[in-house]
Ligand binder design. Structure first.
Ligand code: IVH
Length: 676
């Protein structure tokens, strides 16, 4: 990036992040998801780290939390409400433990073997509850961590939060007690409320966290009461916490005083178990009635936890071990048109490669022109890309605030990129007016991967259709650009089959020249013609092919046996087309290389065979192979150049023609004798 561009990007990222931070914390009405927000923050942090001279005290990377709204009474938290650092994978978790071990001056191994308390990280909002002599006296939101809002009245509508504590066990209820927890609602409740909101023409909540926040921060407690808010408590702070030697004990005490604690919280015996617990929940999260975005992991030993202290607004001894984000931000590098099996033109976005939900994504379909318009998408835009569960990645919004002015508007072509026919509208879709176009294009791709062409095993018509429909490929060159991540995310594509397909494609990047020429689907250039022209004009790379073939003259082509004017014209036309040369260049770009054809020399050198009828002991393919092996050529039709005609059962007109021209005839047996 150039310096000016870099400054611009940083400045725009800061403004954008600030804006979304206020949408989230202050207005409970975020426009983008946490994951998309985190992705922007991560980009900014990365840039600031790389260019420390541009770091500013005022950067949102140094600040957290929201500013309390004016409408509620403010409450100062006696002990700040902290935030957590995030980890997204095993390595980051182990790094965390290593840092702690350095800090504590004990070995990493011994710290890895300590107990860690694991709690589900509920996607709601944090709440502080103050009890005096067992009665709830104040409930407040987190706000900026130091000052929150008084929501005591609204909290009293939540059944799972006791107004008066109960002495269910032996642990004494302290006179003064500060408890922290999470307020949330179920996914079902979100659906119910949103259906109602829609009916009344009111705003739709993006997720359960927004709804929980929006419901709690209502000036009218009746609205709060009408929403089924729930709550789990997870921490005790202040003097009351001093009596506990582990975090687990706090949970037991909370439960014994009538609070609701999460039954899924467990104490892990070491860090490896923590990793298992998180991975297990990543699989099972959909089964829960509420949303979680990871687990919270705390050193169970309270003394150790306290000795680690706080850095900024984050306790060292705890971490949020989050699930792999299902959203990310990336850049639209290009939009290209893919022509489907029915001739429908689909715009497909080429993305700067990005990891979403654990797989690298490089393309996303844009469906149709309406979708591009709905998103307001331009080439060069920064976008949010989402991949929930196992569905195909989707571009869900454009971050227009990050535009530089260099973005380009995209418009659908007026002519079909495949055959140049006029493009017409069919509902919301653009379609090639040549009805055969899509089918023909599709056939050419089937041909490319077929047995005598590239012979890509496992890449049948069904898979090619799917790749076309998903916008993964436009032409044969694109086959070599597909990544495992691109395939894995398609529904019904297991990891294993994705791996196999990619393996097969990679293997076929080195290809025999004759197969490659045949695969190009040049009209009138069959397998045999491809072989003879490759032998006559061998090349050892695609670049050489691009350089050499368009220069070959008609007479030179026609010197080759079996290449007449029809064939030579077709070859010349093919190599004169800019589109075809661009296709060849694409093959080169994606690493396809050619093994030059060598003319085989043997007893059939310069002999041409024609086969007619069904052979008994040999398949036609095997017979062809044998003839080629001995340096001979196969031709489809009998001419004066034919050396032998091999005749099987039920011969056709070729036998008649051979007799007319006095060409020697061989039975299958005689042919076999010849090669013995
Ligand atoms: S423990 C120092 N436990 O996650 C904060 N937090 O980024 C200790 N959260 O603001 C928090 N479920 O609102 C803890 N079981 C859980 C949680 C949880 C959700 C939220 C909490 C906090 C944020 C931390």
């Amino acid at each position: 990036m150039e310096k000016k561009e870099l400054y611009d990007r940083i400045e725009k990222l800061r403004k954008t992040i600030e804006y979304h931070q206020s949408r989230y914390y202050t207005f409970d009405d975020p426009e983008i998801s946490d994951a998309a927000f985190d992705a922007l923050k991560e980009e900014l942090e990365g840039l600031e780290k790389k260019h420390p001279n541009i770091t500013s005290e005022n950067s949102p990377t140094h600040r957290i939390g929201g500013v309390p709204l004016e409408k509620f009474t403010k409450v100062k938290h006696e002990y700040p409400m902290l935030s957590l650092q995030d980890a997204f994978d095993e390595d980051e978790m182990k790094e965390w433990v290593e840092k702690l071990s350095n800090f504590l001056k004990i070995t990493k191994e011994s710290l890895e073997k300590k107990e860690y308390y694991c709690e589900l990280k509920i996607d709601g909002l944090a709440i502080e509850l103050i009890y005096k002599k067992g009665f709830l006296v104040c409930a407040s939101t987190r706000g900026d961590g130091k000052i929150g809002e008084d929501v005591t009245q609204n909290i009293s509508t939540i059944k799972s939060i006791p107004q008066k504590l109960m002495q269910l066990g032996t642990i004494q209820i302290p006179d003064e007690l500060i408890v922290r927890g999470e307020i949330f609602l179920t996914k079902k409740e979100l659906e119910r409320v949103n259906a109602e909101q829609k009916k009344n023409g009111l705003k739709i909540y993006a997720n359960t966290r927004n709804l929980a926040a929006g419901s709690l921060r209502q000036l009218d407690p009746k609205i709060t009461a009408s929403r089924k808010l729930e709550s789990f408590q997870y921490d005790i702070v202040g003097d009351a916490e001093k009596q506990f030697s582990t975090h687990e004990e706090k949970h037991k005490a909370l439960a014994s005083w009538g609070f609701t604690t999460n039954k899924h919280n467990v104490c892990a015996k070491d860090i490896n178990e923590v990793i298992k617990i998180r991975n297990n929940w990543e699989q099972k999260r959909e089964k829960l009635e509420y949303e979680i975005d990871g687990i919270v992991v705390l050193l169970n030993d309270a003394r150790l936890f306290d000795s680690l202290g706080i850095i900024g607004k984050i306790p060292r001894g705890a971490i949020a071990y989050k699930f792999t984000p299902r959203e990310a931000t990336t850049i639209i590098e290009n939009i290209r048109i893919q022509v489907g099996r029915t001739g429908v033109l689909t715009p497909v976005a080429d993305l700067k490669p990005v990891s979403v939900g654990g797989t690298i994504i490089t393309h996303a379909t844009l469906h149709n022109a309406d979708e591009i318009e709905r998103l307001g998408l331009k080439i060069g835009d920064t976008v949010v890309i989402s991949r929930a569960g196992d569905v195909i990645p989707k571009i869900i919004r454009v971050i227009k605030e990050l535009r530089t002015g260099k973005e380009r508007v995209f418009s659908m072509p007026k002519l079909c990129p495949i055959d140049g026919s006029k493009v017409v509208m069919n509902g919301v879709f653009h379609q090639c007016s040549n009805e055969r176009c899509g089918a023909r294009h599709k056939e050419s791709l089937y041909h490319f991967v077929s047995r005598y062409a590239l012979n890509m095993r496992g890449l049948g018509a069904k898979i090619i259709d799917r790749f076309l429909d998903e916008g993964l490929i436009v032409d044969a060159g694109d086959i070599f650009s597909i990544t495992e991540g691109d395939i894995k995310v398609l529904e019904r594509f297991g990891e294993k089959s994705a791996e196999n397909i990619i393996k097969e494609i990679n293997q076929k990047k080195v290809v025999q020249q004759a197969r490659f020429i045949f695969a190009l689907g040049i009209i009138h250039v069959g397998e045999e013609t491809a072989r003879v022209i490759s032998e006559r004009f061998p090349v050892s790379s695609i670049l050489e092919l691009i350089k050499k073939y368009p220069k070959i003259k008609k007479e030179e082509w026609e010197e080759i046996q079996d290449v007449g004017p029809k064939v030579s014209e077709s070859i010349i036309k093919w190599f004169q087309s800019e589109k075809n040369i661009a296709l060849l260049q694409k093959f080169h770009k994606y690493g396809v290389s050619i093994i030059p054809s060598k003319k085989k020399v043997g007893k059939f050198t310069s002999k041409t065979f024609v086969i007619t009828g069904t052979l008994e002991g040999l398949s036609r393919d095997r017979a062809k192979e044998i003839i080629n092996m001995f340096g001979g050529t196969i031709s489809e039709s009998v001419s004066r150049n034919t050396t032998f005609v091999i005749v099987g059962e039920n011969p056709g007109s070729k036998l008649k023609r051979a007799n007319e021209l006095n060409i020697p005839i061989l039975s299958e047996k005689e042919f076999l004798k010849l090669i013995k």
